[in-house]
Design a protein around this ligand. Structure first.
Ligand SMILES: CC(C)(COP(=O)(O)OP(=O)(O)OC[C@H]1O[C@@H](n2cnc3c(N)ncnc32)[C@H](O)[C@@H]1O)[C@@H](O)C(=O)NCCC(=O)NCCS
Ligand SMILES: Nc1ncnc2c1ncn2[C@@H]1O[C@H](COP(=O)(O)OP(=O)(O)OP(=O)(O)O)[C@@H](O)[C@H]1O
Length: 194
């Protein structure tokens, strides 16, 4: 069964995907693939440098992620340009991983931009992790050291909570404790495997 998992930034999506993995699901993580395709020395990173310049590299030759983030989340045209380079590479790698995934069992597709890319209908079920904007911002400021403005800029580049809710087969409202979250995920998993 192909299950989509999505949620706004810092909504708790990675926490949900790791609980699902523990419960026995296979998880394909789009954020992780998006990092791999621009790892040091890849053609993907070379294409990014060609488009945005060598100043987007760290002295070690890695993508300077904070710098790239500061550019693209303040400039929509730049973000679209980066997505135009990275997303086709992600799709390619994604297709390989998907072909290698088990045919039975639960395969969770952890895709932050699932709604933005209009792909919800491709899945047998979609899990949406939702948290209030204030909670998202609080977590980003605490965990990533961003300013509130930087946190809001990321949220502004994404679908709204309402847009995500309409595609949800399962809506997990992550407003309680981590224990509450785990309970909600177990419930969803049990329903998926019933
Ligand atoms: C700009 C980059 C280098 C910033 O890196 P950084 O380490 O700060 O963020 P990271 O990649 O860990 O992403 C964290 C979260 O940001 C959000 N985010 C990332 N890219 C985008 C985007 N293009 N649009 C909206 N939100 C995004 C997602 O919620 C994601 O979970 C990086 O996010 C990137 O390469 N983005 C373009 C590729 C992309 O669209 N990835 C998203 C899933 S395929
Ligand atoms: N219910 C909760 N109570 C307390 N902390 C939580 C809860 N849910 C998630 N967190 C914490 O909030 C932070 C963000 O969660 P997580 O990394 O799962 O979000 P995410 O949606 O995957 O974020 P990103 O979009 O950045 O990948 C983590 O430090 C996580 O431990």
């Amino acid at each position: 069964m192909r299950v989509g998992l999505t949620g706004g930034i810092a909504s708790g999506k990675s926490t949900v995907s790791s609980i699902l993995r523990e419960l026995g699901a296979v998880v394909i993580d789009a954020d992780q693939i998006a990092r791999e395709v621009v790892a040091k020395g890849t053609p993907g990173l070379a294409a990014v440098v060609e488009a945005f310049g060598a100043e987007m590299l760290t002295p070690d030759g890695e993508l300077d992620r904070p710098r790239m983030g500061a550019l693209v989340f303040g400039d929509e045209a730049a973000r679209r340009r980066l997505e135009g380079i990275v997303h086709p590479l992600v799709f390619e790698r994604y297709a390989e991983l998907e072909a290698a995934a088990p045919a039975d069992g639960i395969v969770v597709h952890d895709i932050p931009l699932l709604v933005e890319s209009g792909r919800a209908a491709e899945f047998d079920a979609v899990i949406v992790v939702d948290a209030p904007v204030e909670t998202q911002v609080e977590r980003m400021v605490r965990d990533r050291g961003w300013t509130e403005d930087e946190a809001h800029a990321r949220i502004a580049a994404q679908a709204t909570r309402e847009q995500r809710r309409v595609v949800a087969t399962y809506l997990i409202e992550n407003t309680g404790t981590l224990e509450d979250l785990r309970r909600a995920v177990v419930e969803v998993f049990e329903d998926l495997t019933a």
